[in-house]
Design a protein around this ligand. Structure first.
Ligand SMILES: [Zn+2]
Length: 338
């Protein structure tokens, strides 16, 4: 028998109207034996029509999406919607509250725990609820990420290839509608592989746009604007908010990360001195930066060079670095096949 989620909410997603409440994640602790953790949620339904599930705060220290979705949730009225919009601005709420990527309750990295577990830890339960309850309702999903504390990141959208050419074609169309300055296709190799929200929604056939909207656990004004306008354009394009006012998309440059050799990882600990900025076009063997010894002032720093030519997609944000930390990732323009 299928195990049901333990998460509950007073909201009936099939009821017309605008409802603001929370998901309740059961969590028994010293200070609250029968308590629950709230995850704010807004459901706006107005008759039959497609459903959009809009998510931010999957990682707690990524802010552009959280603010963009709260602004949208306040703005949208029932009459603006033809169908249904479900908005969750702070999906891993305990992580958001702690200002961290992962949850302080179980050290859970939500976007590495999909499809989740119905009877798991709080973060596993949240992943399962999204996989089992929310995504099956969705005709469109948006999961707004940024670089977080450890990365400075170019503002871009991200898709996985669909299960067939039709799905991929639709996703390529949706990233042009979303209109981030750059968009890239990834199979998740560099990040969460099959454990992300995007991976689950692909298996369910739900067209999904993910983003990276800045980084350093601060707020990028460009990233916020791209999120605000991009989400509105997607809702309009899908006919869910037909009359919403939003400027047209300026299009998006299609990029790719061809393989692991487009990244630089630290091979020793040290203080990272970067020599390139995000968005820079770099050539093969160009100096990328150096790593200074923590222990020996007399030791020359380890010099790092870019292994390939490309554009700097993201760069490590904190200076203190351990062996295995990702320092740079490069992307390059997708070659057109005409
Ligand atoms: Zn993230």
């Amino acid at each position: 028998m299928k195990v049901q989620t333990r998460i509950w909410t007073p909201i009936d997603f099939n009821r017309d109207g605008k409802f603001v409440d929370c998901l309740r994640v059961p969590y028994s602790s010293d200070r609250s034996a029968y308590g629950w953790i709230p995850i704010p949620i807004v459901s706006i339904r107005n008759g039959d029509g497609p459903t959009a599930v809009l998510i931010a705060g999957n990682h707690g220290d990524e802010y552009e999406g959280q603010i963009a979705l709260m602004n949208l949730a306040r703005e949208l009225k029932q009459d603006d919607v033809a169908g249904r919009v479900i908005i969750i601005p702070s999906l891993n709420y305990p992580a958001v509250k702690a200002g961290r990527r992962v949850s302080p309750l179980d050290e859970g990295n939500l976007n590495r725990m999909f499809p989740g577990k119905a009877l798991g830890s709080p973060t596993e339960m949240i992943a399962h609820y999204v996989s089992d309850v929310l995504l099956p309702m969705a005709d469109l999903a948006v999961d707004l990420h940024s670089g977080g504390f450890s990365f400075d990141h170019m503002v871009c959208a991200l898709i996985r290839p669909g299960r067939n050419s039709e799905e991929t074609k639709q996703l390529l169309e949706l990233v042009q509608v979303f209109g981030a300055p750059a968009s890239f296709i990834s199979n998740g190799d560099g990040g969460g592989g099959a454990t992300t929200l995007n991976a689950v929604s692909r298996e369910l056939g739900v067209p999904t746009i993910t983003t990276e909207l800045g980084g350093g656990a601060t707020l990028s004004p460009l990233g916020l604007r791209v999120a605000e306008e991009g989400v509105r354009r997607l809702l309009k394009h899908m006919g869910i908010t037909p009359a919403i006012v939003v400027p047209p998309s300026g299009g998006s440059e299609l990029m790719e990360i061809p393989g692991r050799d487009y990244a630089i990882y630290a091979d020793c600990e040290g203080l990272f001195q970067p020599a390139a900025n995000i968005g820079d076009d770099v050539h093969e063997e160009q100096i990328a930066g150096s790593l200074h010894s923590l222990d020996n002032p007399n030791q020359p720093p380890l010099q790092l060079r870019f292994p390939r030519a490309g554009r700097v997609l993201c760069r490590r944000f904190p200076s203190l670095t351990s062996r295995g930390d990702c320092l740079f990732e490069l992307m390059r323009a997708v070659e057109r096949k005409e």
